[in-house]
Design a binder for this molecule. Structure first.
Ligand SMILES: Cc1cc2nc3c(=O)[nH]c(=O)nc-3n(C[C@H](O)[C@H](O)[C@H](O)COP(=O)(O)OP(=O)(O)OC[C@H]3O[C@@H](n4cnc5c(N)ncnc54)[C@H](O)[C@@H]3O)c2cc1C
Length: 437
């Protein structure tokens, strides 16, 4: 295999990771010319997107004042949460320090952005500062609206047969405690997903598949039942993938409940209530996996940056889907989960979004026009068993866009695809954070 081609391939995010971080610096494009500027650039959020962006801008700009705002001292490798919640990795696998990833030459303000005024071009912080910007990159991710599920609270996770792996490393570990009890004792496992847009839409399926796989080898067939509650009439947003998942569910006796959206939990009775087109319905459970609705953080929704006529309950930022530039405030870009584009709430998307924003921002600082476009690329190593995954990659048009056509079939459960998720994805993610992939 030619690793240089691999590293420079359009879809190299996961593929490149196959050989780990060592490859991440191989075959990168020639270093672009640095641009001299005194511009004030503010990045809200130092997660996957904000950190990758800060590293790339430091490489491209001379003299810019780059300020990163984020109160969280920990950086979370969120793709690892699925592995923690299946007992395959410790919670520590997902944790590092925010400052480990930020480059020299940026100013980190360890506070939250509390208000953005896109007319005055300022950001207020929780510490009472007001920071002026020439360009703003909003990358605060999204918030998990656990309160939207009646009767549910995060302190239930890990006991009462309740899991919630999205909530962070500790909750993912507690999710495994509850799920493990189910795999040992059997009963009914109920797996849910929200009706809003969500990050890594494959994760609810991964959890169901993994717990089914483990239960089949511990408590054994006939002693447990898996109920999967899909929010609409399909199991995945891409029709051909949805059909493949339906076939796998059939093979494995996983029962799909379509158009079932979790609305309430009665932990005392171990009963979950779902909204359906025919009214509310109840399901008893021994293990319940909760993934709550997901929305843009309040600071975004209150700033006037959200779409006014799309996703009105969710508040994603109103950007051009190809350039990620705000449609009303051209000096504002949105990156990562908060961006109001039809696809792309994954780290793999962040990898392809960041160079696009870099191109348009650096062009604007040079009084020219950027040309890069984001095509909606997103990917999901959809784990189906311990040791098997399907490497699903697709774009805005739901086209499957495999990194290695002919080498890794997207709809086959392969060990190599598992390896990419289990081993290589983190190395590639880390390279992306450093602006090197
Ligand atoms: C369970 C799970 C599994 C996943 N699996 C995969 C996978 O297999 N492959 C994949 O590619 N992706 C996966 N993802 C998705 C991926 O982790 C996210 O899409 C990615 O982290 C998004 O990056 P982001 O920078 O937009 O948000 P984040 O990485 O969440 O970072 C947002 C940052 O903004 C900060 N912030 C929030 N509010 C404010 C504020 N008001 N002011 C300042 N800072 C703020 C936060 O503290 C945080 O540091 C998964 C996610 C989850 C939860």
């Amino acid at each position: 295999m030619d690793f240089t081609d691999l590293a420079t391939s359009r879809r190299g995010f996961l593929a490149l990771g196959a050989a780990g971080a060592a490859l991440a610096s191989v075959g990168l494009p020639a270093v672009a010319a640095r641009v001299a500027t005194r511009a004030k650039i503010v990045i809200v959020g130092a997660g996957a997107a904000g950190t990758a962006m800060a590293n790339r801008l430091v490489e491209r700009l001379d003299g810019a004042q780059i300020t990163v705002i984020d109160a969280r001292a920990e950086h979370l490798y969120q793709p690892g949460l699925t592995l923690v919640a299946a007992g395959l990795k410790p919670a520590s696998y997902t944790r590092s320090r925010t400052t480990d990833w930020l480059p020299q030459g940026v100013t980190l303000i360890t506070q939250s952005a509390t208000a953005i005024d896109p007319v005055a071009k300022t950001v207020d912080t929780s510490g009472g500062q007001t920071i002026a910007y020439d360009f703003l990159i909003v990358a605060p991710g999204l918030v998990l609206d656990h309160d939207a599920i009646e009767g549910f609270s995060l302190d239930m996770v890990g006991t009462n047969g309740i899991g919630a792996l999205y909530a962070g490393p500790e909750y993912a570990a507690r999710t495994w405690a509850a799920a493990q009890a189910f795999t040992e004792n059997g009963g009914v496992g109920v797996f849910t997903r929200p009706a809003t847009e969500m990050k890594c839409a494959g994760a609810p399926l991964k959890h169901a598949f993994l717990i089914d796989d483990i239960a089949s080898r511990t408590v054994g067939a006939g002693k447990y039942k898996i109920e999967y509650a899909a929010n609409n009439a399909s199991l995945f947003g891409v029709p051909i993938v949805s059909e493949k998942v339906r076939m796998l569910f059939d093979e494995r006796n996983i029962h799909a409940n379509y158009s079932h959206v979790l609305k309430a939990v009665d932990a005392g009775r171990k009963v979950a209530t779902f909204a359906t087109p025919d009214g509310d319905t109840e399901m008893g459970y021994d293990y319940l996996h909760v993934i709550p609705p997901q929305r843009a953080p309040d600071v975004i929704r209150q700033s006037g940056l959200s779409w006014a006529d799309r996703w009105t309950d969710q508040g994603w930022v109103e950007v051009d889907m190809k350039t990620l530039r705000h449609l009303r405030y051209p000096e504002v870009f949105a990156l990562g989960d908060v961006a109001g584009v039809p696809k792309g709430k994954t780290a793999a998307s962040v990898k392809w979004m960041v160079p696009v924003v870099e191109d348009h921002l650096v062009a604007a600082l040079s009084d020219s026009e950027g040309t890069a476009e984001y095509d909606g690329y997103t990917s999901c190593p959809l784990i189906t068993r311990v040791g098997r995954a399907m490497l699903i990659e697709f774009d805005y048009n739901n086209n499957l866009v495999p990194s290695f056509p002919g080498l890794i079939a997207p709809l086959e459960e392969l060990w190599i695809s598992w390896l990419m998720k289990e081993v290589a994805l983190k190395a590639t993610y880390n390279a992306m954070l450093r602006g090197k992939a």
